[in-house]
Design a protein around this ligand. Sequence first.
Ligand SMILES: [Ca+2]
Length: 498
Amino acid sequence: MTRWTFSAAVLMAALATACAWGQVCERLQQAGSSSVSIATAKTIAAGAFTTPEGKGSLTSLPAFCRVAARLKPTSDSAIGIEVWLPVMGWNGKYLAVGSGGWGGSIAYDAMAEALRRGYATSATDDGHTGSSGSFLMGHPEKFVDFAYRAEHEMTVEAKVLIKAFYGRDARYSYWNGCSGGGREGLLQAARFPDEFDGIIAGDPANVRRNAWALWLANRTFKDPADAIPPSKYPIIHQAVLNACDAKDGVKDGLIEDPESCQVDFGQLACKAEDRADCLTERQVHTAQTIISPATDAKGNVYFPRLEPGTELRWARLAGGPAPADLFLDQFRYLVYQDPNWDWRSFDLERDAAKANAINKDVDELDSNLAAFARHHGKLLLYHGWADQQVAPGSTIEFYKSVLQETGNSADLPEWIRLYMMPGMGHCSGGEGPDTFDKIGVLEDWVEHGKAPKEIVAAHRSSGKVDRTRPLCPYPQASHYKGSGSIDDAKNFSCVSAP
Ligand SMILES: [Ca+2]
């Protein structure tokens, strides 16, 4: 055979294979049922793909079978899902990706990332469209869909489609989500412990966060005289670094253990009239409030504090003039079912109790993950110490209560690990190293039994890595060995907290 005819034969065979897969993909159109309607089942050629909402173009994708479907587990449900199945080079595994905020859209970027790694993947809009929480009004079933049912139904359906397309089940099933998607992953682990072999849950948006955000709003900007203009954030951040940066043994702009950091903002008080480089007496009080836990009138702590180190991003919770819709929607649309409900009337004791009663058994985190652990599930938790919208202490509390519930006394249990990330903002960004190969870590753990210890994370500026650091399994923290570049992970080690 000449080279040309051989190449042509290979090409013909590939085309025939692609054609055959195309037919298998299109046959999925018939895979619907009374509660599942398949809107599309079509092969997408390798290369770029423009998302249905026209919001962007995803590039460098392998060819895949794209299934879009609508699920209706209750008469009030309308759950949109997408399932993407690689046509060639499937790694034999399934990776579901989570949403953020109030959901309402498909996480196409995260699906693309999974697909490029060879995964069959899926995402859901959580049962409604649009980022607002207004869907909650008068729709208790949609609230359940949002909290955990859409994610579960999506997973069940994705597994059905994987079996129908490839003729076999996925070898492993994983979840990857951050913020709202982190909470979703934890709810799946508690309710459907056999669903996933491994779960990555980052900066989980504990639902109690919303009451905390309104508590802060009322104390930090309801009265404009309390508000700190964002132009003053840098001097406050510098004061925090002066007080706490070097305490961890290395002056690097990061606070390794923010919980031990106490700052007296009185040092920034203006000597006379208000100026750009000082705080008024009320602003000193506001700054102190921001890094204090939310407490009720009796002094009971409701939610942990925003940690020192977050100052440059205080606008998210304390910038005003009104709380972000993300925080407000739970109260106006779910708790009070009144779009005009006034956040200025918020009372922590009364309103948090109402919200907790509604969220309990639906959207509230459940720390009893014993069944997930028994099923040999692995849970990778991470949280940015400089998260500006979910207090990182809430994840430490969750982690500790999981250990308590499961009767785990080991310092580092084999099935759950928490990584606190110094200087990382909400899910990414911030001053600290914010990227690491989460999926790779989970694969090693689940598939090769290698529980993570030190994980090297990177910080980038203008796309270039300018610092690497080990992340350490909580309660360990990274410690500078005393010599060599402070931007190189090899000069640090994980040590147990003193
Ligand atoms: Ca430091």
